[in-house]
Design a protein around this ligand. Structure first.
Ligand SMILES: C[S@@+](CC[C@H](N)C(=O)[O-])C[C@H]1O[C@@H](n2cnc3c(N)ncnc32)[C@H](O)[C@@H]1O
Length: 334
């Protein structure tokens, strides 16, 4: 029995008495929720990543921070802070707007992942913010006196290059910007791809690929593990007058098959660790969800070994475009 990891331990130590209703945020392995349940609190939980949500213990109520979450009874928020300052700022706003005035928030992280801008992000929404002393290379940021009065997130920006408005919550890859790899993928799709049928933007982020495909006439679906991404894709679609069915899923939702096209700029890491396994799994999902002769369009950093995986999991694969850093491939389902 190893007990809580250093971040969970310092969050729980700092919080002390949790009160009646605890909201755990991004509780990646369910440790915080389990401790709160053991202390007799009612537990609400919000995880950006669906894979984290699946680790939560039974007995918690899952809430969607990008919907209309009812947080009116929350006494204490226990939060494994995300690495992106923008994600801290966005979620802090939701918490400050929806939790009662006497709530207390304890956000913890490894020292190496905490930056002073996170204190500022919390200060934008809370009247009192302070940092704990370090313990086992981990620390807690405490916040109380919620004072946000309106939402400044999600952000919306016009992308003149694509002729689209892009909407992004704080925890979305690249925010409202166009990633260089995505730019190459879109160039390839725009110049080569005939318009027909159902396309999936796999790992949709802000929904920028989904929106371009919708503009090209595809019937578009989108999926992402991240609730911030799914909410952003829906908003990007609305902002441009498209109807896109965006869903939260690890890979491709089970009921999506016989797809004509899957377009994907896969992640090359999860959290802090560089790890291609999620990307390989996405390629394999695409291989299963495409109809025969359907196509997977992938963009990846040229040094990453995705080409043989695409050939094996999907079928014959050709290089469509490349630049100094990225390569776009098209694999045809065997
Ligand atoms: C490199 S970003 C690309 C985002 C967007 N398509 C773009 O081009 O700007 C990769 C996206 O894949 C999502 N993702 C990571 N693992 C996933 C998985 N197993 N299933 C679905 N989406 C995943 C991430 O949350 C992230 O939004």
């Amino acid at each position: 029995m190893t007990g809580p990891d250093p971040v969970a331990r310092i969050i729980l130590d700092e919080a002390g008495d949790l009160g009646d209703v605890v909201l755990v945020v991004d509780d990646a392995d369910g440790t915080l929720a389990t401790a709160a349940l053991e202390r007799g609190s009612r537990v609400l939980a919000a995880c950006d990543d669906i894979r984290d949500e699946e680790q939560l213990p039974t007995g918690v109520t899952v809430v969607d921070l990008y919907g209309e979450p009812d947080l009116a009874d929350v006494t204490t928020v226990l939060w494994r802070l995300p690495k992106a300052v923008a994600a801290v700022a966005d979620v802090a706003e939701v918490l400050a707007l929806r939790c009662p005035p006497d709530m207390r928030l304890y956000g913890g992280g490894r020292d190496k992942h905490l930056v002073p801008a996170m204190n500022d992000a919390l200060r934008a929404s809370f009247g009192d913010v302070s940092a704990s002393r370090g313990q086992q290379k981990s620390r807690v940021l405490r916040a109380s006196l919620p004072q946000a009065t309106w939402r400044t997130w999600p952000h919306r920006a016009a992308n003149t290059e694509l002729g689209l408005d892009v909407v992004a919550h704080g925890n979305v890859f690249g925010g409202t910007d166009l990633d260089r790899g995505t730019r190459l993928l879109l160039r390839a799709l725009r110049q080569d791809q005939p318009v027909s049928g159902r396309a999936l933007d796999l790992g949709c982020g802000s929904g920028i690929v989904a929106a371009v495909l919708a503009g090209l006439g595809w019937d578009v679906l989108a999926s992402d593990t991240s609730s911030a991404a799914v909410a952003s894709t829906t908003l990007t679609a609305e902002a441009n007058g498209f109807s896109i069915d965006a869903r939260r899923a690890n890979g491709i939702p089970d009921d999506l098959y016989e797809l004509d096209l899957v377009a994907c700029n896969p992640p090359f890491h999860r959290g802090a660790a560089k790890d291609s396994s999620a990307a390989f799994a996405m390629v394999s999902h695409a291989g299963k969800a495409l109809r025969p002769e359907g196509e997977l369009w992938l963009v990846f950093n040229s040094h990453l070994p995705y080409l043989p995986v695409a050939r094996e999991q999907v079928g014959p694969t050709r290089v469509v475009l490349r630049d100094q850093s990225y390569i776009v491939t098209c694999s045809t389902k065997r």
